[in-house]
Design a binder for this molecule. Structure first.
Ligand code: SF4
Length: 479
């Protein structure tokens, strides 16, 4: 399979998005609607403006006690008749789900939107085993029909026009062409309703889980996740291992912030707490509940104090809705289900620092993401840290320096700046030599060879023939 993280792909997809006027309009629209509104929602919480910092502390405590909380959650779910499986990586998570599907003779699956199942490549694995998989979130359903990837965490089909969806539905569902959103929704509803009723298994993600009660929480605005988790006889839920919180009180704060950050809502439309299967003789609902808790690189983040904070993320997408880079290049350029600032940090940590190296260099470090984050995650700090590890190389992450000449240049510069006599001598020589190359008055407009990139969009002042200290000394001091 093609690597989605090459520099060529990142550049090409970014350029393509920037030149797509319609996409630019759609991105600007979602950012204008959701970006400022989330701040208003945070301030309107009863806890007041400090709620984001409070939520951050709650999440930090959860991450520090993750082993205990996960064990407590697993005990409660098992006690309620569910099955819990801890998956080290994507392969184990997928194999577990396939084994459950085999055991129950599953031929058809309905799915609620779940980023972690995108992360582990679940749909492809199920389809390869001959299982029919239907995404049931309308946006996810559209992109599944189109054979594409989500371009926003909560609005996966934001890159598509209603006309494109109309054409897609006419082609794939055999209906008459229409670009009317209500008619298109009805068409999808009619198809999906049949799939819900026929499905052998429902697969969902998990927005949060609570160790105190032993439940997982799912939320949607379309009701599709509730149908996915209640109509089929088998329910499998996938959960990133960081999603657990200790108490219902903590859960309440985070859950309100999740709804505010994701869609500037007080609460999502359909919220379900699932703690296990129903009784065998019960006419409705699943008789089997499996919770697959996924590591897939999260333990490595936990082990690194500089990146542990990333596990506080509740995948709300608020940072996407204020990011100037995401607002221009859209989600597909990031090559991963996680886009925007959260993707620029989490994707290299999951997929490999060098492999996804462009993402952290592409962000502006403007700080808007930190301010928008409902749990106050310092994404800019981690973007800088990733750049540092990529500049220096880092054995624990198997990262090699992205540019050896650049590292050599920086190390040399560092040596000169810590040896003042050598630094002054070097500047003196450089000021003399530059006069040979740049005889003209004024700034340097083009540097030679590999340095030319620096002056492609800016000029460079010439090195003064008199050092600053000497100029300062001879300045008349005000009397
Ligand atoms: S980093 Fe913060 S704003 Fe971005 S998805 Fe995670 S929780 Fe939401």
């Amino acid at each position: 399979m093609d690597d989605p993280f090459t520099t060529e792909k990142y550049t090409a997809k970014s350029r393509q998005a920037i030149s797509d006027k319609r996409l630019q309009g759609a991105l600007a629209d979602v950012q204008a609607r959701l970006g400022p509104a989330t701040q208003t929602m945070y301030s309107a919480q009863p806890e007041g403006a400090g709620i984001r910092q409070q939520a951050h502390e709650i999440r930090q405590r959860c991450i520090e006690n993750l082993d205990i909380l996960l064990e407590a959650l697993a005990d409660k779910v098992t006690g309620n008749g569910g099955q819990v499986f801890f998956a080290n990586d994507a392969e184990e998570a997928v194999s577990c789900c396939l084994a459950v599907a085999k055991k129950h003779g599953v031929k058809t699956v309905v799915k609620g939107k779940s980023m972690v199942t995108e992360e582990v490549g679940l749909n492809q694995a199920l389809e390869a085993e001959g299982v029919d998989v239907a995404e049931t979130d309308l946006g996810e359903y559209i992109i599944q029909l189109a054979g594409e990837k989500p371009s926003h965490i909560i609005a996966p089909a934001i890159h598509k026009t209603r006309e494109q969806v109309g054409q897609l539905f006419a082609e794939k569902l055999g209906i008459d062409y229409t670009a009317d959103p209500a008619a298109l929704t009805q068409a999808a509803r009619a198809v999906l309703r049949e799939k819900f009723l026929a499905a052998d298994m429902g697969i969902t993600g998990c927005n949060l889980a609570c160790a105190q009660t032993g439940h997982i929480t799912t939320v949607s605005n379309e009701g599709n996740i509730r149908m996915t988790s209640t109509l089929p006889r088998v329910h499998v839920a996938f959960m990133g291992m960081e999603r657990v919180v200790a108490t219902l009180k903590d859960h309440d704060i985070l859950f309100r912030l999740l709804s505010s950050g994701a869609a500037a809502q007080k609460l999502g439309g359909y919220v379900s707490y699932v703690g296990g299967p129903g009784p065998e003789d019960y006419p409705d609902g699943p008789v089997a509940f499996h919770l697959i808790i996924i590591d897939n690189g999260r333990s490595r983040m936990l082990a690194d104090p500089a990146f542990r904070e990333m596990l506080c993320c509740i995948r709300c997408s608020a940072c996407l809705n204020v990011c100037p880079v995401y607002g221009k290049i859209g989600g597909h350029a990031y090559g991963s289900p996680y886009s925007g600032p959260v993707g620029a940090v989490v994707t290299p940590l999951l997929a490999g620092l060098n492999r996804a190296q462009d993402l952290c260099f592409g962000e502006t470090l403007c700080g808007a993401c930190k301010q928008a984050c409902p749990v106050d995650i310092d994404l800019p700090r981690m973007l800088r840290e990733l750049r540092f590890r990529l500049a220096e190389g880092d054995e624990t992450w198997s990262a090699t320096p992205v540019s050896k000449p650049e590292k050599f240049a920086m190390d040399t510069f560092a040596w000169f700046t810590s040896h003042p006599a050598a630094y002054r001598a070097a500047l003196f020589s450089a000021s003399r030599m530059q006069a040979l190359v740049y005889a003209k008055e004024g700034p340097i407009r083009q540097l030679p060879g590999p340095l030319a990139g620096w002056t492609r969009s800016r000029t460079l002042r010439k090195i003064s023939s008199r050092p600053f200290r000497s100029q300062w000394k001879s300045r008349k001091q005000p009397s």
